[in-house]
Design a protein around this ligand. Structure first.
Ligand code: ACO
Length: 322
């Protein structure tokens, strides 16, 4: 009998401060209407000075643990997806482990930019299917506001802060049906965040801020996400009509709408959170998934397609029977 990874709990955290498009247009040459029409974003959350990837991850993780009524000490693997770790090391996974008071477990970070939580789901599923782990905590946690150049109107309008979590447990019942992940480092210059302390001289960029050639990223994202959807359906011998919910990475409403169109899905079957959250990078898919589980849209037994695309480029999908 196949051993599945079943979702037993979800959680999320969004910081209190709301930064609207109007607020941003006071400091850079942009407008609420330009941002909303091109991206679908109206506002985003900004973490306070005392908050970090680990502190936000802890809140989201505790919610997921409470939802599953799970004792943290039964977790045998913690994977945190983040591009904004508190420290280069120890990993945010280790910091989260310590915050949750868990001993004798494995904890590490995954760095796959906006696709991070899909990569984490894929790794977790391999651990569970192979029998190497039974209960896995996955968290995507991002402080994008700290790596955004607030004077660059092409990027500062897009990003927000937050964390999302999912708890998986080994089960005989269907759970994750398949995951598909891929990377192509050829596109490293279209979207990147420099690390000034470690970069070689020719690549020196002292800012440490996100740099993006948005229009080129946009086109590749739309095509690639279309392909991953086809690959996922084919691998599961499934028809588009069998998918109940699409939970996409929240980068741009036009990218999301293009994927929904490819699946012939109405936007009513698509979970969209970016209007009031912006792009929270690796956290976005898990925050959206949590929202739709908690408000009752996603029901037990339904088929949910999670997908993401990000810097690298990296991309991936996870097809889940919830
Ligand atoms: N306000 C007003 N004008 C702007 C703004 C702004 N905030 N930003 C750019 N413009 C201008 C540009 O300067 C340009 O002007 P020009 O024609 O005079 O040169 C014009 O608007 C059009 O610029 P484009 O970049 O072509 O605009 P586009 O329609 O592509 O929208 C956007 C830009 C929203 C960034 C879009 O390209 C996008 O969403 N890209 C994909 C982002 C993404 O998916 N990233 C991957 C995940 S993120 C991660 O992994 C970390």
């Amino acid at each position: 009998m196949r051993r599945y990874s079943k979702v037993i709990g979800t959680g999320a955290y969004l910081p209190e401060e709301i930064r609207t498009n109007d607020h941003i247009s006071q400091t850079v040459d942009t407008s609420d209407s330009w941002i909303f029409e091109r991206t679908g974003i109206k506002s985003r959350r900004i973490a306070g000075p005392d908050e970090s990837a680990a502190s936000m991850a802890e809140i989201a993780a505790r919610q997921a643990l409470a939802a599953a009524e799970c004792d943290p000490n039964t977790i045998d693997l913690i994977i945190v997806a983040t591009g904004t770790p508190d420290r280069v090391y120890p990993s945010t996974g280790c910091l989260l482990q310590q915050r949750l008071g868990i001993k004798n477990t494995v904890a590490f970070d995954v760095q796959a930019a906006c696709s991070g939580s899909i990569f984490a789901l894929s790794i977790a599923d391999q651990y569970i299917q192979s029998g190497a782990a039974k209960t896995v905590l996955i968290v995507g946690s991002e402080l994008c506001s700290r790596i955004v150049d607030w004077t660059d109107r092409a990027t500062c309008i897009l990003f927000g802060d937050g964390a999302g979590a999912v708890l998986l447990s080994a089960s005989d019942e269907a759970g994750i049906l398949s995951t598909h992940i891929c990377s192509d480092g050829e596109y490293e210059d279209l979207l990147y965040c420099p690390n000034p302390q470690a970069a070689t001289e020719p690549n020196k960029d002292e800012t440490g801020f996100i740099r993006m050639r948005g229009n080129e990223v946009f086109k590749i994202a739309v095509n690639t996400l279309g392909q991953i959807v086809d690959e996922t359906l084919a691998a599961n011998n499934m028809d588009k009509s069998e998918i109940d919910w699409l939970v996409p990475h929240q980068a741009n409403i036009r990218i999301i709408a293009a994927t929904a169109k490819k699946l012939r899905m109405s936007m009513d079957q698509v979970v969209v959170t970016l209007e009031n959250q912006g792009n929270t990078s690796s956290a976005s898919v898990l925050i959206a998934f949590n929202e739709a589980v908690r408000d009752g849209r996603i029901q037990r037994g339904q088929v949910v397609l999670l997908e993401a695309f990000g810097a690298g480029f990296t991309w991936g999908s996870a097809l889940i029977k919830y």
